[in-house]
Design a protein around this ligand. Sequence first.
Ligand SMILES: Nc1nc2c(ncn2[C@@H]2O[C@H](COP(=O)(O)OP(=O)(O)O)[C@@H](O)[C@H]2O)c(=O)[nH]1
Ligand SMILES: [Mg+2]
Length: 242
Amino acid sequence: MRVLVIIPTYDEAENIADVVGRVHDAVPDAHVLVVDDNSPDGTGDLVEAMAGDDANLHLLRRAGKAGLGSAYRAGFAWGAAEGYEIMVEMDADLSHDPAALPSLLARVEDGADLAIGSRYVPGGSIPDWKWHRKALSRWGNRYAGAVLSLDVADATAGYRAYRATALADIDLDSVRADGYGFQIEMADRVARNGGRIDEVPISFTDRTRGTSKMSGRIVVEALVLVTWWGVRRRVPVGGSST
Ligand SMILES: Nc1nc2c(ncn2[C@@H]2O[C@H](COP(=O)(O)OP(=O)(O)O)[C@@H](O)[C@H]2O)c(=O)[nH]1
Ligand SMILES: [Mg+2]
């Protein structure tokens, strides 16, 4: 199947060459799309130069920082127009080990609509996190699972492979969330469309270069949205509940 690995970037000049190289090493046939939001550190120009002699590397430049979810929505639309059959979400900071790509792709090739690189199935881990950070993430996931009746151990995980036809069944323009909420929302949409979701254990490591763009605001966004979706589902307003 034709594979597109989508990597959103904002100030990842220190990481991008490494991550692209390691994706090529792991899956030589896969294409890579970098979605850059006009990074002040010149990530976009760096990728443009790399793409000059790499036919499997593509760049989508956007005018300014518009969020992770918005970058993926643009990447999915680009990939759909180009006819890719599997689309992968991957961070630029090497928290997501490209060596795990084949295990995710194998699940989609085996019939899954979404394969999630999961920290919370047997074999998964987060070696760098202190207990309180793990607890926040773990309980956030349990909360989302309970409120949405979503049978996924790691719905906030950002390393995942989608079958393109499963993405095509989702109205991406109606997906609103941007951070962890975006990942939960996408998993929930696949599940509610009757899609098969597999979880593959991964080890999630903290970035060693550059800085995180996620904030407390993104955590709050996810909590508020999950609660709102849960309420809306239980208390239909005006006859149409989604
Ligand atoms: N294009 C784009 N990429 C973003 C944006 N925010 C974060 N990213 C990228 O999304 C990925 C995950 O972000 P990161 O800051 O590592 O989040 P964390 O791992 O949760 O701390 C990285 O590749 C970032 O460069 C954004 O607004 N636009
Ligand atoms: Mg990161």
